[in-house]
Design a protein around this ligand. Structure first.
Ligand code: FAD
Length: 318
């Protein structure tokens, strides 16, 4: 079922969902199921599965002579989505990227998803690979997520890339996109970023999932600005509990979001990561409760493969 249908059917009740990462290459899928199992009691209508493109690594072969290797550390997004749908009977939402894909690669990828009866996709640009400063699209690939959304929308209309082919089949993907309450790092301003978010809605996006945030007022202000700008689709908050002290520097660096002073102070007082985890869980419970009270359609947790803290949060909130 489409995410938008799940939201409609809930009739104003806040739903629970979460995002997982495919396992590192060389690990089996059981670890993924072990992470999902404890969260099933909260009846997630959907589970997101991230997509990880290739990374370029440089290996020194001889002194001063570097060899460039291409590695995909976390393949398996499609396989895991298919396994989730068959094992748990919940909708899996694969993330699809502009980066690393030509338009034809995207079309073929979407055909596989359609055959697997996957009805939802999260359409993203992807980040620059580590060896590049700026994001670089493939030759004949998409530069922005809104162009990827357009391609999926075209397939939903039965328009495939090669007009010479006799097309008849229409895919039925419900398309989610990313939003940034504290603006995307490359955007010149939050207002401009919201304009670009609106262009994703105009291209066919049906819901937004936000980047993580730790101060709900940033989310509420963002939603208000989006609504004023004409973005009317559901906006789903993304939440992540802090669990290690290192997150104090890692999260702002990696995700370009602020951590509130009170949270930083509490984490700094901790003498072990077990204590940090407790602070992170408590903070996230308070955030979650306030968001539920504000009537958000879904609380979407970034589990990063660790479900125990998400289970504890959900058991206090749902
Ligand atoms: P876009 O919407 O294309 O925006 C990228 C930048 O370009 C922004 O600064 C925007 O303001 C600007 N922009 C947009 N349109 C235009 C335009 N027409 N002209 C000029 N500027 C424009 N990454 C992964 O690799 N795999 C994942 O699975 C993954 N999942 C994610 C899930 C969520 C919920 C979120 C929030 C992020 C996820 N990411 C993932 C990270 C994401 O790929 C990066 O944040 C990426 O840098 C931007 O992606 P986007 O889809 O928001 O891009």
């Amino acid at each position: 079922m489409k995410i938008t249908e799940h939201i409609e059917r809930a009739g104003g009740r806040t739903l629970f969902s979460f995002e997982i990462l495919p396992p590192l290459k060389g690990h089996n899928v059981q670890g993924i199921f072990d992470g999902i199992d404890p969260l099933m009691e909260f009846r997630p209508p959907f589970i997101d599965v991230t997509y990880h493109r290739e990374e370029y690594v440089f290996i020194e072969r001889e002194k001063g002579l570097l060899e460039k290797r291409v590695v995909r550390k976390r393949p398996g997004t499609v396989g895991i989505c298919a396994a989730i749908q068959s094992k748990y009977k919940v909708d899996a939402v694969p993330h699809i990227l502009c980066g690393g894909f030509s338009k034809e690669d995207t079309e073929n990828f979407l055909i596989d998803l359609d055959f697997l009866e996957i009805q939802n996709v999260m359409a993203l640009r992807g980040d620059a690979v580590k060896s590049e400063v700026y994001f670089k699209p493939e030759a004949d690939g998409h530069r922005y997520a809104c162009d990827l959304v357009k391609q999926v929308s075209e397939m939903n209309e039965g328009n495939f890339l090669d007009e010479a082919l006799e097309n008849g089949h229409k895919t039925e993907f419900c398309i989610g996109v990313a939003g940034y309450p504290e603006k995307h790092m490359e955007a010149p301003s939050l207002d401009r970023d919201i304009q670009y978010l609106k262009s994703k809605q105009e291209a066919g996006a049906e819901y937004v999932v936000t980047q993580m945030f730790f101060d709900n007022s940033r989310f509420f202000e963002f939603v208000e600005k989006c609504r004023k700008s004409g973005i009317h689709i559901p906006i789903i908050p993304g939440l992540k509990p802090i669990s290690i002290k290192k997150h104090l520097s890692l999260i702002p660096h990696r995700f370009h979001v602020d951590l509130p002073c009170d949270l930083v102070r509490e984490v700094e007082k901790c003498s072990s990561n077990n204590e940090v985890q407790e602070v992170g869980i408590e903070w996230c419970i308070q955030q979650s409760r306030e968001l539920v009270a504000a009537g958000v359609p879904v609380l979407h947790y970034y589990s990063m493969g660790k479900s125990e803290n998400i289970r504890r949060i959900a058991s206090e909130v749902f």
